[in-house]
Ligand binder design. Structure first.
Ligand SMILES: Nc1ncnc2c1ncn2[C@@H]1O[C@H](COP(=O)(O)OP(=O)(O)OP(=O)(O)O)[C@@H](O)[C@H]1O
Ligand SMILES: Cc1cn([C@H]2C[C@H](O)[C@@H](COP(=O)(O)O)O2)c(=O)[nH]c1=O
Length: 229
């Protein structure tokens, strides 16, 4: 058996205490919807994996959009082809409606914490760019068609980063989807920041051009802070 030095035992105890504290806070936090948003390569999946393996989140429901349903598969077919942008929006929105009906609402009604990697703001930000030739105020138009049926998140963590850095981080993978282009992502980032400015009580902006540990701590703090509301 390896004997840990005194300072390591202390660090371990502090870490265990932090996990317990977050776990207690999360138990009190019933039926909350938390969404993770940001441009491609901003670090959402990396943080989702961190939260998913964090002991305090063992009873949370992790999900994503596009979903893994057949509608989600249809969405990926649209992303991978030259599909009309309005038709693409409709597919993303159909996937969202089905996501809400089959997973989001039941889980929230069951008192669960739901964490979604992408959600409605992805549509507002991305299709707010792809539809700019079709509508005068594309982002507002896309928001409008969600009114009356979508479930608004309790907290949206916006992963903010310069698209040049995000695309570089993705390397070869970044060349795969038609949305992963610097110019388009600059527009998407601006839309996300406009959304955050309009709803500061819902959004927390996290600068992801930093060390992963700092990002993890800020995300944990943002999630536990919604307990106070
Ligand atoms: N803080 C960080 N510092 C350096 N590299 C990072 C950081 N966070 C994530 N990465 C790396 O950047 C790349 C993109 O991260 P990730 O897949 O988590 O982004 P994403 O937002 O989920 O992207 P997408 O929306 O395209 O799925 C990965 O290679 C990941 O390892
Ligand atoms: C939900 C949603 C997603 N998108 C875009 C964003 C990404 O480029 C892809 C999804 O791929 P991921 O890397 O697996 O997250 O689709 C969008 O344009 N609109 C949406 O509503």
């Amino acid at each position: 058996m390896r004997i840990l030095p005194e300072h390591k035992i202390k660090e371990q105890k502090i870490e265990e205490h932090k996990v317990k504290k977050i776990a207690v806070q999360l138990t009190l936090m019933k039926g909350k919807l938390i969404t993770l948003e940001g441009i491609d390569g901003s670090g959402k999946s990396t943080i989702t994996r961190f939260l998913n393996s964090h002991p305090a989140f063992s009873s949370a429901v992790f999900t994503r959009e596009p979903t893994t349903s057949w509608i989600g598969d249809a969405v990926y077919k649209a992303i991978e082809s030259n599909t009309d942008h309005l038709a693409e929006l409709m597919l993303f929105t159909a996937d969202h409606a089905n996501h809400i009906a089959t997973l989001i609402r039941p889980a929230l009604e069951d008192g669960k914490i739901v964490i979604s990697d992408r959600y409605s703001d992805s549509r507002y930000a991305y299709q707010g760019v792809t539809l700019k030739e079709r509508f005068d105020e594309p982002m507002e138009w896309v928001q409008q068609i969600h009114k009356g049926w979508t479930v608004v998140p309790d907290l949206t963590v916006l992963f903010d980063i310069d698209p040049e850095i995000a695309v570089r981080r993705c390397g070869k993978r970044g060349e795969q989807t038609k949305f992963e282009k610097i110019e388009l992502l600059n527009g998407v980032r601006k839309n996300y920041l406009r959304l955050a400015e309009k709803e500061p009580e819902r959004f927390v902006i996290i600068d992801t051009d930093r060390d992963l540990k700092e990002i993890e701590n800020d995300v944990l703090q943002a999630i536990t802070s919604i307990m106070e509301n």
